[in-house]
Design a protein around this ligand. Structure first.
Ligand SMILES: Cc1cc2nc3c(=O)[nH]c(=O)nc-3n(C[C@H](O)[C@H](O)[C@H](O)COP(=O)(O)OP(=O)(O)OC[C@H]3O[C@@H](n4cnc5c(N)ncnc54)[C@H](O)[C@@H]3O)c2cc1C
Length: 435
């Protein structure tokens, strides 16, 4: 693909930005849109981001902030559909499927079910691992060089087990897969885990440490990306809700938003879980559903864990930062139903209390929900649209958007700038869904 800009901040750049026109218009100001903006600016493009709220106000705000190449294996594997169907009966199950299935959700679920086999599991794992590992490597440099003040800590992610059964299942499905990809995993005995993490209640039977994982404070990360985007000359239009497109002959000519009408040579759609709603107006049916998750943010408890933890039986993720402490997770498929669900927040609290001596911090700062942008094959959708000549999709990062953000930004900038792709982009291509 030919570069759409000449590089450098020329007179053309200023003229374009003043006239609501830019080289690249990015729809969505979450970590994906902002990382794309940053890498594009660094490559010399003029960039404008349209965000309906404030930068980072979507799924990028209250997530767990773990950077996890260790999460390369997807959810879809043989047996998962049975778990999901049983969860319809239990409103506080970590993986919950709302039984009132509408058409798009049923279609998505059937598609997801088709991916629950070992062949697709291996394909998704390899694709996810490539972008996760590249992103992990880039992120350390980005945080250091820009620099981004976001409480980035490279201390690894620790899985904690209280039942031999769960541990054995992960030893089979998780450890062997990661080791095959060259992702380091350290097997720990129960007493080693307890010695390492005095915040845990006794009764731990074992653990898996992923030393290559890291963590950061995601709201700070989004805010810092936004700061750098503006410092580098990018424009962020907060409160600009994209409403419709003007098109001409397979080209998007205008983007109409509540903040005005904008034009650009290239459009990047990075709307997270909202992507299918806008894509539909362009005739593109993105095979995605929102995967709702929750988090509780506190001031730090006195006995806070040192590592980011996953309490495996309870499926609760625990992240500690210098500035706070978060319990998060749960995956709920209930369409675009907004708002907090008490049952699921209570399940998070109970899950944390089953494993931690001091499961909650002294002061509750925020109860939050967010929509993970889940594609049917759990691989992000990144690349040019087959139908719209100037549209590029950068969405569907599912449970791993923060972890994959830097490599997504780099990949999008290389695609639009015409430079060699740092990783093989084929697995992420929208063309696999005919998009
Ligand atoms: C509970 C929970 C825990 C998680 N933990 C982790 C984790 O530990 N590590 C990890 O890597 N990932 C994690 N994730 C996933 C991660 O949060 C997402 O993958 C990531 O935030 C997706 O980023 P995004 O930029 O694509 O989407 P978003 O952050 O949702 O951004 C999309 C943006 O588009 C805007 N928008 C929508 N419609 C319009 C419109 N019409 N016009 C203009 N703007 C619009 C929205 O306001 C939003 O800001 C977690 C998610 C949840 C819910």
């Amino acid at each position: 693909m030919q570069a759409v800009w000449k590089g450098g901040k020329s007179a053309r750049y200023n003229e374009q930005m003043n006239a609501s026109r830019s080289d690249v218009l990015i729809l969505g100001g979450g970590v994906i849109g902002l990382a794309c903006a940053l890498y594009l600016l660094k490559a010399g493009a003029s960039v404008r981001v349209l965000e309906q709220g404030t930068p980072g106000c979507g799924s990028s705000h209250g997530n767990c902030g773990t950077i996890t190449p260790s999460h390369a294996p997807p959810l879809a594997m043989p047996g998962v559909i049975g778990v999901a169907l049983r969860s319809m009966l239990s409103a506080d199950a970590p993986l919950y499927l709302n039984p009132r299935l509408d058409g798009p959700r049923l279609r998505w679920l059937l598609g997801f079910a088709r991916h629950c086999n070992w062949h697709d599991f291996a394909r998704a794992t390899t694709a996810r691992a490539a972008i996760l590992q590249r992103s992990r490597q880039l992120l350390a440099g980005l945080v250091h060089d820009e620099p981004l003040d976001c409480e980035f800590v490279e201390e690894g992610d620790l899985y904690v087990y209280r039942t031999a059964q769960r541990q054995a299942a992960d030893a089979r499905d998780h450890v062997a897969v990661l080791e095959g990809l060259g992702i380091e995993v350290q097997r720990l005995r129960g007493e080693q885990v307890e010695a390492m993490e005095p915040a845990l209640k006794p009764g731990v039977v074992g653990g898996l440490l992923h030393p290559g994982d890291a963590r950061l404070r995601p709201d700070r990360y989004a805010a810092e990306l936004a700061r750098r985007v503006v410092e580098l000359g990018g424009v962020i239009e907060a409160g600009a809700r994209v409403e419709r497109f003007g098109t001409d002959n397979h080209r998007i000519t205008q983007v109409h938003s509540s903040g005005g009408v904008f034009e650009a040579d290239r459009i990047v759609m990075a709307l997270g879980a909202w992507s299918p709603l806008l894509a539909k107006t362009l005739g593109l049916r993105l095979p995605m559903q929102p995967g709702k998750g929750y988090s509780l943010t506190y001031t730090r408890p006195a006995q806070a864990p040192r590592h980011a933890l996953v309490l495996r039986e309870a499926s609760v993720c625990v992240t500690t930062w210098a500035s706070g402490y978060r319990l998060g997770s749960t995956m709920e498929f209930s369409g675009y139903a907004e708002g907090l669900n008490r049952t699921r927040l209570d399940a998070l609290r109970r899950g944390a209390a089953s494993g931690l001596r001091e499961p909650e911090g002294p002061e509750l700062l925020e109860e939050w929900w967010g929509w993970r942008p889940m594609s049917v094959d759990e691989i992000p959708i990144i690349g040019p649209s087959m139908h719209w000549s100037n549209l590029l999709l950068a969405t569907a990062h599912g449970m791993l958007g923060v972890s994959m953000s830097a490599a997504t930004g780099e990949l999008v900038a290389s695609m639009l700038g015409g430079s060699a792709s740092p990783i093989d982009a084929t697995p992420y291509a929208p063309a696999r869904f005919g998009l």
